[in-house]
Design a protein around this ligand. Structure first.
Ligand code: FMN
Length: 190
């Protein structure tokens, strides 16, 4: 068994000049630094969704995503807030799978240009997470005023964020570890 937790990241928007990409890349860097976590970044702009089909029936057209979630102990969703909700391509990507998410941890990262840091998109994702069988970490990460947080080259302007990311990852890793133990040791089934 791989001792490291495998927790991929998904970047939820395919919009041009998306600021959320900087946040996803920062998360990727910070997660790669952690000895106990293996990760990779998925980008919804790379998912070529058909115009005439949807959902689990087409999951085999996305083998990298499917296999990653089968193997995963958790998932980090890095999403902007668009009209208080999440971008459609994120939902299209999430809806490709269902049993593959069961009893796995999810950490939610909300990004916005407003001072609220995506609080509303995170709230709106919660019922979707529950339906998918993902277990939401109690620690989410809010990124307000994202336009000020990175410079033109995408470098972080405020190093204090790394501390906040660290606390977010601590809680997510704890949850992912506990759920892995549960999946492997559960004796409650009849
Ligand atoms: C369609 C659309 C809707 C938006 N709705 C909100 C919103 O509800 N709340 C908010 O704080 N920002 C909103 N924004 C602004 C985003 O927070 C801003 O674009 C930010 O940079 C994150 O998105 P990005 O990754 O696309 O850049 C919206 C942006 C778009 C394109």
């Amino acid at each position: 068994m791989n001792e490291k937790l495998f927790i991929p990241i998904i970047l939820a928007t395919n919009k041009k000049d998306r600021k959320t990409e900087n946040v996803a890349k920062l998360l990727l860097e910070e997660m790669e630094e952690r000895k106990g976590i293996e990760t990779m970044l998925f980008d919804v702009k790379d998912f070529k969704f058909p115009q005439d089909n949807y959902g689990q029936s087409i999951k085999d057209q996305f083998p990298e995503w499917r296999d990653a979630i089968v193997k995963a102990d958790g998932l980090v969703i890095v999403t902007p807030e668009y009209n208080h909700g999440y971008p459609g391509p994120l939902k299209s990507a999430l809806d490709l799978l269902l049993p593959e998410y069961k009893h796995k941890a999810v950490g939610l990262v909300g990004v916005s240009m407003s001072p609220w840091g995506g609080t509303r998109v995170i709230e709106n994702l919660l019922p979707v997470m529950r339906e998918l069988g993902l277990v939401t970490s109690s620690a989410s990460l809010n990124v307000p005023r994202v336009q000020e947080l990175f410079d033109e080259q995408g470098n972080l302007n405020d190093e204090a964020y790394k501390e906040r990311i660290s606390s977010f990852l601590d809680e997510l890793a704890w949850m992912a570890q506990a759920l892995r133990w549960g999946r492997e040791n559960n004796k409650s089934e009849k």
